[in-house]
Design a protein around this ligand. Structure first.
Ligand code: NCD
Ligand code: ZN
Length: 335
């Protein structure tokens, strides 16, 4: 039986939500991961020290063991230096959302006026706080990420020492940016290493594969695979696992978000193995993130094996990607 062991797997873009949903989904990630970068788009968003600290405590209370580290983020606003100094020790990065672009992002940035943002971004740069960005404009849905590239360019050139992470990239245009600017990095989800728009709406519409940014064209998929499978040193795994209750997905007006937390490592093994690149998965799923963020996660050793794994129909009312289907890899043991 073929097996593969991952050390200290990390998910550098995870939605854990709050309340009952948090209690239901956090253990699924804590089970197999050493840590995760936790997104701040709660209602209201996590935007001060007390909220970050309290949210982290609620996460730790929701997971069975303490060998899982929630790396906390703060919702971007044009914060001043005194505020950033007060919060820096509690956070790993700050997450910027364009206003209204995705779930719970209404309080995000409505104009990318660099001069208005300069004091905050320059202070973040000086304090070495990375900036994570949901990079989409409000243009035509297939072009939103590509249109955002000029904003990444503006940010990268104005703040050359600021680490900027292009979150959940889905296009060749974003992949091409990685080698153009030293300070641009990216996360890639597992579903964007598998899907194109065809899988979402090409046949019967698949609400559980609908997310933002939406899966794009075959050439975009190829570009994403090329950097992920080689574990390009500037890319990291970030699942963007975004749970919504079943009724919010299977409804008229489907919420955006693919729930992959409980199947992510299994699917990653399947994809990397399919292309004969399993040996690069460790870098993609942990080592690159450790280096880019300068983090030292708790030890965890996860062994997967190539055997059929039937994905449950739902996890406490949340339908995962590939519900009821059979994956090629399963988690064998965790130490
Ligand atoms: C995310 C969510 O539901 O919070 N949805 C999504 O489609 N990815 C928000 C986000 O990361 O855009
Ligand atoms: Zn997200």
């Amino acid at each position: 039986m073929k097996t593969h062991t991952l050390l200290m797997p990390l998910d550098m873009h995870l939605h854990l939500r709050d309340g009952i949903m948090l209690e239901n989904v956090a253990p699924l990630s804590a089970y197999s991961l050493s840590g995760a970068l936790v997104m701040p788009n709660l209602v209201p968003p996590v935007s001060n020290v007390a909220e970050v600290v309290a949210y982290k405590e609620r996460i730790m209370a929701a997971v069975p063991n303490d060998n899982f580290e929630p790396y906390m983020t703060l919702f971007y606003k044009n914060y001043d230096k005194a505020f950033l100094e007060s919060v820096a020790d509690e956070i790993t990065s700050i997450k910027l959302y364009p206003a209204g672009i995705t779930t719970n992002s209404e309080g995000g940035v409505s104009s990318f006026d660099i001069e208005e943002m300069r004091p905050t971004l320059q202070t973040m740069s000086d304090m070495e706080i990375p900036l994570c960005v949901h990079g989409e404009t409000d243009g035509f849905v297939m072009d939103r990420e590509t249109e955002f590239m000029s904003i990444y360019e503006l940010l990268a050139t104005n703040f050359p020492k600021l680490k900027i992470i292009m979150e959940h990239i889905t296009t060749k245009a974003a992949v091409d940016m990685l080698d153009k600017f030293d300070n641009l990095y990216a996360t890639i989800t597992v579903h964007h290493l598998i899907l194109t728009l065809d899988d979402v709406v090409g046949g019967m519409m698949q609400p559980h594969l609908f997310c933002k940014p939406i899966a794009k064209r075959p050439e975009d998929l190829d570009a994403l695979l090329s950097v992920a499978l080689e574990a390009h040193p500037k890319v990291m795994f970030g699942s963007d696992s975004a749970p919504h209750p079943q009724h919010a997905k299977e409804s008229c007006g489907c919420a955006a978000g693919v729930f992959t937390a409980p199947i992510a490592l299994q699917l990653l093994c399947e994809v990397f193995d399919q292309f004969g690149k399993l040996e690069n998965l460790q870098d993609f799923v942990s080592d690159n993130a450790q280096r880019i963020y300068g983090i030292c996660p708790e030890f965890k050793e996860v062994t997967l094996e190539e055997r059929p794994f039937v994905v449950p129909a739902n996890y406490s009312g949340v339908v995962p990607m590939y519900a009821g289907e059979t994956l090629a890899w399963a988690i064998e043991s965790i130490d």
